[in-house]
Design a protein around this ligand. Structure first.
Ligand SMILES: Cc1cc2nc3c(=O)[nH]c(=O)nc-3n(C[C@H](O)[C@H](O)[C@H](O)COP(=O)(O)O)c2cc1C
Length: 342
């Protein structure tokens, strides 16, 4: 349907964002099986565990394409390359790799050499240029409306317009503000080849987010989100959009004591106040004080449902919106000439 679907082998031009603590194998599998671009978040996963998770997803998708997501800014370039080397051995031939921010040249080369499309998320036109120069097959243009860490400061529409003028033939997806099929159709009408959504999938039945996180995203409206730099332990120097909570409202910083515990493979990891970690299903403690990343699209995000049901709904809305737009274009208003003929 678009160059994005053709390139990645999808049925719908929608990618699910890789999201630390949220986008584990279960979500990735369900999104991919439903025809969209499911993506496994590798975030800080050790390489051996990351490879195991990729094998798990590959066994569940029935041959449908899926992606893996790395965040070099968090892992550092060396660890990112280790993660990539470990997972590229396991990624099926039709898999793709998404990167939050610019990948180092050797990381980009490793993905390309393995024959997988490189999908790079950027937030500024100059970074779009660099990502293409490093061999990105798809650019994800993140607007300031997005949930999570922010790569730029521009509204998504103006970023798309600016990059489209610079790169008329690039495959472009937008990120930020996408929660319905109408949103997706709007983005395509403005010149995008598709979109990436994160917040939309946080409340999904298969999401690994903590139930309180899911509930708050469903209840929130755009004004309940705020851009802050508070949750910087483990991921400094990068503003992020989160749901407002007692920490974002506080006039002063309180000590960064341990407030929660997250378990990975049964092992407990303490979470300090102001940690960048989002609350997952295995997190216990003062979850309400943790970073609940959330985009302005939350206004249109509805109750938890299986991801497949959400994608079926979006697909229907998208098709309806495309049909309506095509109809609007073909039934042009009468020209003065036609009026004279009457
Ligand atoms: C809970 C959450 C966690 C995120 N974690 C990641 C991540 O690990 N890697 C990544 O590439 N992007 C991450 N993002 C950002 C997304 O890639 C994307 O920019 C964003 O979700 C788009 O805006 P939306 O949430 O309004 O759809 C995260 C977003 C959210 C909401």
């Amino acid at each position: 349907m678009t160059r994005l679907t053709a390139l990645l082998g999808l049925e719908l031009p929608l990618l699910q964002a890789g999201m630390g603590a949220v986008a584990g194998p279960a979500l990735c599998v369900e999104v991919s099986r439903a025809g969209a671009g499911g993506t496994l978040a590798l975030y800080k996963e050790p390489p051996a565990r990351a490879a195991r998770l990729v094998r798990e997803v590959a066994a569940g998708t029935g041959g449908r394409p899926f992606g893996v997501n790395v965040v070099p800014e968090v892992t550092g370039p060396d660890r990112c390359l280790e993660q990539l080397r470990a997972v590229l051995r396991e990624l099926p031939a039709n898999g793709f790799v998404t990167v939050f921010g610019l990948p180092a040249e050797d990381a980009a080369r490793a993905v390309r050499a393995a024959g997988h499309p490189l999908v790079v998320q950027v937030g500024a036109p100059a970074d779009a240029d660099t990502a293409l120069a490093r061999g990105a097959a798809v650019l994800v243009l993140q607007g300031i409306e997005a949930g999570g860490h922010l790569l730029g400061g521009q509204p998504v529409d103006s970023l798309l317009a600016a990059v489209r003028i610079r790169h008329p033939h690039a495959v472009l997806a937008v990120a930020g503000g996408i929660a319905t099929g109408e949103d997706l159709a709007d983005a395509v009408a403005r010149g995008a080849d598709g979109a990436m959504a994160g917040t939309l999938f946080v409340p999904a039945a298969e999401s690994a987010a903590h139930p309180e996180f899911k509930r708050r995203v469903v209840e929130a409206v755009a004004e309940d989100t705020v851009i802050t730099s508070l949750f910087e332990i483990g991921w400094p120097h990068r503003p992020h959009r989160v749901l407002r909570n007692s920490l974002t409202a506080a006039a002063e910083r309180t000590p960064a004591a341990f407030i929660a515990t997250t378990r990975v493979d049964g092992r407990p990891y303490p979470v300090p106040r102001y940690s960048a970690a989002a609350p997952g299903a295995t997190t216990t403690g003062r979850v309400e004080e943790m970073a609940m990343y959330c985009g302005r699209s939350c206004t249109r995000v509805t109750a938890p449902r299986p991801a497949a049901a959400t994608i079926a709904r979006i697909r229907q809305e998208y098709e309806n919106a495309r049909v309506l737009r095509a109809g609007a274009h073909t039934s042009a208003p009468p020209t003065p000439h036609r009026i004279q003929e009457k």
